[in-house]
Design a protein around this ligand. Structure first.
Ligand code: 2M8
Length: 450
């Protein structure tokens, strides 16, 4: 289906209205009811959307998020904001005051993090900055840049004490919560009795069965209690904590983000030291991902550090070499073949040839359940960007137009989509869905003025 000019105008107005509707002034709610605070990677994607409406507002989004950065350099997965809809687990559950690295009150955050897409947002903001605004935006980029380098340093050191080039994640909430990638590691936690709690997430969506199970939630919350017990101290967590995963998707995003910071180095006036470190982390990340590439399946494989086991599942994360824009032409060719095979975008039942979160050929696949099958627009945005930059423009264009058709089908901006029917699922008016739609609309037009 081709998206007509009228539909594009409608999508643009509605996407802008979603961002404006979720705008809390200097930060954007991930969604109005289900996610009423500032989530880290949602916020970075929102900044990409804002860059099409107002580049100053886009910068403010990132600056506000980084104002909650920890002394370690970690950018927290969520910054709690006053007012708004109730959300569980709130700041009391996390109680990050136990850590000397947490930001001082009144700033309240969680104690984990999410994929570092922020540098990609900063790069996009600069690309979209009109000439007249360049002096101001350049100065703001120069102020923010060292904080971003620190964020990447945290991931390259605290989260990779082995210097493997692979980031270790501590919690399913560090990105793709309910993904079957975490099932075995969660199953190993046999006794998970967190303190008493009441879930709110299941009452906010029309169909609670799309959300993680109570069994999973017990483990999610128990893991937070353990992190709190270790005062969110990475050294202690590494020594004793039961859930440590070398996450190839997270690692691939760090590679792409390091490349983005290097690309901005002149604009930001980066020091020689910063440039050298970013290059080192970039090379190390590429080598780490290469070491996790499985030639037999054509996918990159996560690694469970505690169990000493590979995590062999067909999910979007296996395309880490594409997300990291690997220079290895053999890996690229293998991944592109696999991408359009029946295991992924070539599955005959898919409504659009978009990358589902889990392969329909995988036993754990569920087309309606959170990260177990549905299509996430932001994941397809990351793939689209990588394929464009790698020069596969025809395939990238298809992802762009299929994604626009998917959203246009009922003109709403759902959190995720049923891959066979295209039905919008999860939380409505999701900011990042609106944001990447704005970016796709502009790309389809060959860029637009801000
Ligand atoms: C989802 O995560 C939250 C917890 O952080 C949840 O399930 O309640 C994930 O999709 C995560 O990646 C995303 O950042 C967040 C807000 O969109 O929702």
């Amino acid at each position: 289906m081709n998206v007509t000019a009228d539909t594009r105008a409608m999508l643009r107005d509605r996407a802008a209205a979603v961002l404006h509707g979720n705008d809390a002034g200097s930060w954007t709610k991930a969604s109005p009811v289900q996610y009423p605070h500032q989530w880290s990677w949602d916020s970075a994607f929102s900044a990409i959307g804002w860059a099409h409406l107002d580049v100053r507002r886009a910068m403010t989004e990132l600056e506000q998020l980084f104002a909650a950065q920890w002394a370690t350099g970690m950018v927290p997965h969520l910054v709690f904001r006053a007012g708004g809809h109730p959300y569980f687990p709130g700041p009391e559950w996390w109680d990050t005051s136990v850590s000397p690295a947490a930001p001082a009150p009144p700033v309240k955050t969680t104690g984990i993090c999410q994929p570092p897409v922020h540098a990609l947002a900063l790069q996009r903001i600069w690309q979209l900055t009109p000439q007249a605004r360049q002096p101001e935006i350049r100065a703001r980029i120069q102020a923010l840049y060292p904080r971003m380098v620190n964020w990447h340093r945290y991931l390259a050191t605290h989260r990779d004490p082995e210097a493997s080039g692979l980031v270790t994640t501590y919690h399913p909430w560090e990105g793709t919560d309910n993904s079957p990638r975490w099932d075995r590691a969660l199953e190993r936690i046999t006794v998970a009795k967190p303190g008493p709690y009441t879930r709110l997430d299941t009452s906010e969506v029309s169909d609670p069965s799309q959300r993680p199970t109570n069994w999973a939630y017990d483990r999610f919350l128990w893991l937070v209690e353990q992190l709190r017990k270790y005062r969110y101290d990475d050294t202690q967590i590494y020594r004793e904590y039961p859930f440590l995963i070398k996450d190839v998707f997270f690692s691939a995003i760090l590679v792409a983000a390091n490349a983005a910071l290097l690309d901005l180095a002149d604009v930001a006036g980066a020091t020689d030291d910063d440039r050298e470190q970013l290059t080192r982390w970039l090379d190390r990340g590429r080598a780490g991902l290469a070491s996790r590439f499985d030639t037999r399946s054509g996918l990159c494989v996560d690694y469970d550090v505690r169990a000493g086991e590979d995590i062999r599942l067909r999910t979007f994360a296996g395309f880490a070499p594409l997300f990291a824009r690997t220079a290895d032409t053999g890996q690229r060719a293998a991944q592109l073949r696999l991408l359009d095979s029946e295991d992924f975008c070539g599955h005959p039942r898919l409504r659009w040839r978009l990358l589902p979160s889990t392969s329909p050929a995988e036993p754990a696949f569920d087309p309606r359940k959170y990260w177990r099958g549905p299509v996430w627009p932001v994941i397809n945005w990351l793939l689209w960007q990588s394929l464009s930059l790698l020069g596969y423009s025809a395939r990238a264009d298809e992802i762009c137009s299929d994604s626009l058709s998917q959203t246009a089908a009922d003109g709403e901006f759902g959190e995720y989509f049923e891959p066979f029917t295209g039905e919008q699922l999860g939380s409505p008016q999701q900011s990042w869905t609106a944001a990447v739609t704005l970016d796709w609309l502009a790309a389809d037009h060959g860029g637009e003025a801000s």
